[in-house]
Design a protein around this ligand. Structure first.
Ligand SMILES: Cc1ncc(COP(=O)(O)O)c(C=O)c1O
Length: 371
């Protein structure tokens, strides 16, 4: 009998404890200056993150959802214009398309749980204006076929890269393939802040200027108002925290990739499971493992067994795909996604976990299928 461990899905206090002194000191310094909105820490963070991802512009905004919406607003969608996105995503991706004036068209995913280019091709109509790949679970989709379709049909690409900061495909970073990418700093994200936060990343000067204005009431640096905007700026206190976290971001990605390697090594032979691609499985992809999402036979019983043994798991998006929200008007059948949502689950994956924790989780999974 294995000694029981308690492994929460995400241990917020433990993640905070890792650099709590530095965080509290930097918050204290911001408060002492009364520097709350659009101050030096925000500019510093935007410069440092731009340097980190290798793109010209980072614009800090209120959350990841606004980071998807604001670049979409620069694409001039008209009523009836369609934007294709994977159904396996947070409803926020589809909501941003809706609020930008377009119609979200969910499509199927592949075995790596990312957008399927064949399904995109099948969904193209004369109303299609754009594609929104969602770089899910810390992986950038195989972008070549998507870029090819976008080029052939003159479609824009806006990436929901909320879960993929630092991930690459063929050495190009998530968020760099189209008009712009969206990043979320939700507390459980790989780069998490102490509440809501997000950023738009882009190489396009005109898009960057428009997003800077949109996040600040439509104002220009001169104070003139050039468009209808929003109040959705990344708080300076959050930027101060993110500046600290960014310093150790590469280390935290290495930690996650090491944990993914242990899952891979221990569970690859368990035939009742489908694992995400391993960290060394392809030279084209550098995955950062925001999540470790598996498919499992007898998923609900496995979750119950794990919970009884102290291991807490979750189902992304409450266990549903976007096209299944019929009250939003969707009425489609997407075979891979529908089979997947009956089988998918997230195993614990974050920097507060030790190698031994992952071995314990794997022991429990192996014991479940052997019993
Ligand atoms: C894929 C995806 N899209 C969009 C979002 C929205 O980000 P936020 O919660 O920061 O608005 C999230 C994160 O929650 C996400 O995981």
């Amino acid at each position: 009998m294995l000694a029981k461990r308690e492994i929460p899905f995400f241990n917020y206090p433990a993640v905070f404890a890792a650099d709590s002194e530095e965080i509290m000191a930097s918050i204290g310094a911001v408060l002492a200056r009364g520097a709350y909105i659009m101050q030096a820490e925000l500019t510093d963070f935007e410069t440092q993150l731009a340097d980190y991802v290798g793109l010209k512009h980072v614009i800090g905004v209120g959350d990841g959802t606004m980071a998807i919406l604001l670049p979409l607003l620069t694409c001039d969608l008209r009523p009836g214009d369609e934007v294709i996105l994977p159904s396996h995503t947070f409803v926020a991706s589809a909501a941003a398309i809706h609020h930008a004036g377009g119609t979200p068209v969910p499509v199927d995913c592949r075995a790596d749980h990312l957008i399927d280019a064949d399904s995109v091709r099948a969904a193209l109509t004369d109303k299609t204006r754009g594609i929104m790949p969602v770089q899910l679970n810390g992986r950038t989709a195989a972008m070549d076929p998507i870029l090819e379709l976008a080029e052939q049909r003159n479609l824009f690409i806006v990436e929901d890269s909320c879960q993929a900061l630092g991930s690459t495909y063929k050495e190009r970073p998530a968020g760099s393939f189209g008009v712009a990418g969206a990043i979320s700093f939700y507390p459980s994200k790989t780069l998490g802040c102490l509440g809501d936060g997000g950023a738009v990343i882009t190489d396009d000067d005109a898009v960057a200027d428009a997003v800077r204005s949109l996040r600040d009431h439509g104002r220009e640096a001169s104070g003139e108002v050039s468009r209808w905007g929003f109040n959705t700026r990344l708080d300076n206190v959050q930027a101060a925290v993110l500046n600290i976290k960014l310093k150790s971001y590469d280390k935290s990605i290495s930690h996650r990739r090491r944990l993914a390697g242990i899952y891979e090594e221990r569970l690859a032979e368990v035939e009742q499971l489908l694992l995400p691609p391993g960290p060394e499985s392809s030279a084209d992809h550098f995955d950062i493992y925001q999540n470790y999402e598996i498919e499992a036979e007898s998923r609900d019983l496995l979750r119950q067994h794990l919970a009884e043994n102290g291991v807490h798991t979750i189902l992304q998006w409450g266990g549903m795909a976007v096209h299944q929200f019929s009250r939003l008007g969707f009425d489609q059948t997407l075979p891979y996604t529908e089979r997947m949502v009956d089988r998918f689950m997230l195993l614990p994956m974050n920097t507060s976990l030790s190698d031994d924790d992952i071995h314990y989780i794997c022991d429990q999974i192996v014991a479940f299928y052997e019993s």
